[in-house]
Design a protein around this ligand. Sequence first.
Ligand code: FES
Length: 118
Amino acid sequence: MSTISLKVNGRLHTLDVDPETPLLFVLSDELGLRGPKFGCGMAQCGACTVILGGRTVRSCVKPVSAVLQDEVTTLEGLDDVLKLTISAPVPCRKRRRETFMLSSSRHIFELPAACEGG
Ligand code: FES
């Protein structure tokens, strides 16, 4: 066991864990986050995908010791981004250009920005 500091969804956590523990288990077992899921455990299905320093990674195969330099964002951490998008209406004719892209390595979600008027 080692004491590590890990920034997840904007909050800094100090945890006592084995540095070789997969990030997925730290997120779920230590922090109680349910966004990233266990699927295959072999970096194949993407169920465990998180955003690490702006890039998507499979947390089931990434030791927590390898991610201490970057902030981790899970689905739970995207809530603020989505609320920001929804609370900033734009004219509907600009809607197409004002979409918010949310992607993982296997899925891309295009969420329209809120619009008002014509
Ligand atoms: S659990 Fe399938 S890629 Fe991680």
